[in-house]
Each structure stands twice: as structure tokens, then as C-alpha cells.
Write a protein that binds this ligand. Sequence first.
Ligand SMILES: [Zn+2]
Ligand SMILES: [Zn+2]
Length: 206
Amino acid sequence: MQIEQFVLGMFETNCYLVTGQEQGACILIDPADDAEKLIGYMEKKHLVPKAVLLTHGHYDHFLAVPGLQKRWAELPVYCHSLDCPKELEEHDMGMVFPTVTAFANVKSLEEGQELKLAGITFQTLHTPGHTPGSVTFQAGDALFTGDTLFCGSIGRTDFAGGSMKQMRASLKRLAAIPGDYRVYPGHEGLTRLDAEKKTNPYLAYM
Ligand SMILES: [Zn+2]
Ligand SMILES: [Zn+2]
């Protein structure tokens, strides 16, 4: 499994392009913005995306989806059901944001769901707190933690639907995973689970 990182959009969101056993196929985790850059990269490498996986339904993690679906109309978008609202837009503090519901071919994810895509097996861990439908994807020795766990910190819980209580339980769950993993967060730098267990103040006291 190979993982390429792109930092995209005004919130500097991490997008990960993952390739596995299947030749010419890839998976995009949180295609945050700049569809043209991602499409250009994949075309140059002769890769076709098999799916988009969203760690949660915040728009700064999926703004490239319309551009990607213009190029690959059937491209499925996986997101936890709790982050797939009925409305096309979300209103928060007087601002209007698009939601996952605006996209074609949205497939809702649930806790424990296993996805076999592009020759890679992804396990879905429901890790709410940042949003009700935040998930962590585990594939091989990699954890894609979205805005739940960052290097040395954690995601915010003060947005609509956020919950510090749920966040604590989710972090406890991640801290209880035995062994070491490479951690690919939704923002900022990469880290390792073992290092976070020891030094992240939100995990160290669990
Ligand atoms: Zn977020
Ligand atoms: Zn984010």
C-alpha cells in the first residue's frame, strides 16, 4: 500500500491518495479541494479512482468531489450515515455550507463496515465527537483519523453536532488499539499511534 499526501484548500486539509494491489486503481480519502490538481496527478500516473472515502461530512474535506464526479460520473462517495444530512445545505452561525447529500452515488457507512477497494481492505471505526458521523479508516498499518486525532492534539468539538463526551470515548478507543500504526490526520503533520499514546495530552491520561 502506498499513500500520497496532498494539502488542499483554505483550511489546509490533508487528502490522501492510496494505491494497493490493483494496478491502475486508487482511493481518495478526503479530496478536500482542487479537483484539477488531483485529476492531473491521477491521469499522469494512469490511475482511476475507485471511490472517495470521507472521514466526516465537513465541506472542507470534500470540495473536490463535484469536479471528480464530472470526470468520473460513477465515482462512489462513502460517508457515515450520521454525516449525510437530508438537506443539501447546513446552516451554522449564519453561514451556509454544502453537505455530502449534494453528491451523486453517496454510500452510507456504518461502524465495523469493511470495504475492499483498489486491492486494499479498509475497516470503518465509528469515532464520533468532532461530528456525529466521524470515522477512522484502518488499512494495513495506517489509520486515517480525519479531524478526530491530530499530531499532538485533537479536533474541535464546538461545531454543530460536536460532542466532547463522544470525542473522549473515541480517543479512548483509538488509544486502546494495540500496537503501532502510522497516523494520517485530516490536518497538519503525520504521526504514529504509539507516539500519540505516549505524548498527546488528550490520549496520555486515558
Ligand atoms: Zn472537520
Ligand atoms: Zn477538517
